[in-house]
Design a protein around this ligand. Sequence first.
Ligand SMILES: O=C(O)C(O)[C@@H](O)[C@H](O)[C@H](O)COP(=O)(O)O
Length: 218
Amino acid sequence: MIAERKLFESKKKLAMGLAADVAAYLSNAITDRGKALLAVSGGTTPTLFFNFLARAKIDWAHVTVTLVDERCVPETDERSNAKLVRENLLEANAAAAKFVPLFGKGNADKLGPFDVVILGMGNDGHTASFFPGGDHLAEALELEGSKRILTMSAPGVPEKRLTFTLPVLLDSGFLALHIEGAEKQKTLATAEGPGPVKDMPIRAVLRAREPVVLYWCP
Ligand SMILES: O=C(O)C(O)[C@@H](O)[C@H](O)[C@H](O)COP(=O)(O)O
């Protein structure tokens, strides 16, 4: 459920606000447990947020970064979320962080619980790689499921994906949904209304009892 809605007047202010909040959660985790675990989404929205977060003054050497989901392409491919993270987040101060990719070697299935998970959303109502019509959608959304990472293929989605499953992503100290623009605002309003989860899988997150903080700007 959306517990709080943080609305910003510009993409830059949103990116700075989200980066400050995420840095604070990571820093608190390091103080409490000596380490922090962050899972970020890929796609086009997070780049500016990554650029600000990379400059946060926290003890990045004790932070592990991974991805909520990944496209099954090599890291040299423009569509690789790992490439996006390496080029935009694992730089400046955050160059000291450890990165665990989902695609290829990395033991990402051993990660969790998370301190921070940042979700995005597509205009078809997907989040992570929980796509409408996805071949492993039902299994990925099982709250009591035991699988941590699944592959996902879906109609209209160019390549196979890898995604953490819903219970793994919900097991986070701080869960944020980062969306921008009027169209996504409309999509979210529809998703918050009645209707089947399989049509707009983000409903599974919105209907779970774990609190989600929305970060939105026009
Ligand atoms: O790899 C990905 O594509 C994602 O992690 C995905 O779930 C993303 O968050 C949404 O598709 C929104 O993508 P945009 O930010 O590009 O709109």
